[in-house]
Design a protein around this ligand. Structure first.
Ligand SMILES: [Ca+2]
Length: 356
């Protein structure tokens, strides 16, 4: 009897350990070499160019993906994308991720039962937050690139009439023009927008005016994911018929939800990919283990703070503060040098000459 109890206890412990490890592993095989280094680049980054030549000089890290098994709903039997090639570069002011994965189905529309392809980068804001959406005391900031948003940015807002060709509305209150009505141009009057509650309320998911395909979100545990007031990520994705190549970028320091890069990191980072054709949406996705990301030491002085602003007229990346200061210092130094060499020294020589 005592032996039976011992077996039961051991079996329970083994099961608990197994569940714990499976949660920690989140379906990814242990043993893959963890850790990423952002290569330092002396110059502008291809912040929205996944096909820029510079990416060819950067070594890719193969990141293994597995099913998300920590919080329901999870996908069965498994996500279709099991591997992601990641490159990271920085120039002291900006950091850019290039994510590439094989996916022959370009899913860039969202309907009630049709899902988009997408990918996300999660960065921990405090140590220990990198485990699946952070914790109540340690937040994460997330960049979520979405193929349907990319389609909106590339072409035009994908309207209901395109998603549902047989749909017809013969009248909208306060809309300009005549049917078929299109967004946002024919509905841009404030009174007309009231009939689009999400858009009118400023819901970023509802706006037909997509300016970037990347949404910036924050979370501090499962079920807390929400869009962030300060949108700091930008990017672009392209599909070549066989794979997605997506670049996701942000300033290293914005003053808002900045990862603790410190003197080069590391910070915890994790990745996720969704294949719409495989029914992947929300928690049904392929995810990586969290891993440390370090910034390679810059070889030149770099900026302290840069800003990215998403406005009605587009995405603006402001010049870095320290670079502006360096330019001013350089101009002042040049003027001083000109005064000393061109005016003061000759004057003193002349004085000395007249004294002799
Ligand atoms: Ca797909």
């Amino acid at each position: 009897m005592r032996m039976d109890k011992l077996v039961l206890v051991l079996a329970t412990l083994a099961l608990a350990a197994g569940l714990y490890v499976s949660n920690i592993q989140i379906g990814v095989t242990l043993g893959q070499e963890l850790g990423l280094t952002a290569k330092y680049v002396d110059g502008p980054l291809p912040i929205t160019s996944p096909d820029a030549p510079i990416w060819g000089d950067i070594e890719a890290k193969e990141v293994e993906l597995g099913p998300q098994l920590t919080a329901a709903p999870w996908i069965h039997p498994e996500p279709s994308v099991r591997s992601l090639r990641v490159k990271v570069i920085h120039n002291g002011t900006w950091v850019s991720f290039l994510l590439e994965w094989n996916d022959a189905t370009k899913d860039d529309k969202m309907l009630t039962d049709t899902f988009r392809d997408s990918a996300a980068v999660m960065l921990a804001l405090q140590p220990g937050a990198g485990q699946c959406m952070g914790t109540p005391t340690a937040e994460v900031v997330i960049a979520h690139w979405k193929a349907d948003w990319q389609r909106d940015v590339n072409e035009a807002f994908t309207d209901i009439s395109e998603l549902y060709p047989n749909f017809w509305s013969d009248w909208y209150p306060f809309a300009v023009g005549s049917p078929p009505y299109t967004l946002p141009d024919l509905m841009n009057l404030s009174a007309a927008k009231e009939y689009f509650a999400g858009w009118y309320a400023g819901n970023p998911l509802s706006t037909p005016l997509k300016l970037t395909p990347v949404e910036t979100l924050v979370a501090h545990g499962w079920g807390t994911l929400t869009t962030y007031a300060y949108q700091s990520f930008i990017g672009r994705g392209i599909h070549d018929g066989a794979k997605w190549s997506v670049v996701i970028s942000r300033p290293i320091s914005t003053g808002q939800a900045d990862p603790p890069w410190g003197d080069g990191g590391p910070v915890e980072v994790a990745f996720a990919v969704w294949d719409g054709s495989n029914g992947e949406i929300g928690a049904k996705k392929g995810v990586s283990l969290p891993m440390p990301l370090s910034l390679e030491k810059p070889t030149k002085p770099t900026a302290v703070t840069a800003t990215v602003t998403v406005t009605e007229t587009g995405v603006e990346a402001a010049p870095p503060v320290q670079n502006q200061a360096l330019i001013i210092i350089a101009i002042v130094a040049a003027v001083m040098a000109f005064l000393i060499i061109g005016i003061i020294l000759p004057g003193r020589k002349k004085k000395r000459g007249s004294a002799e």
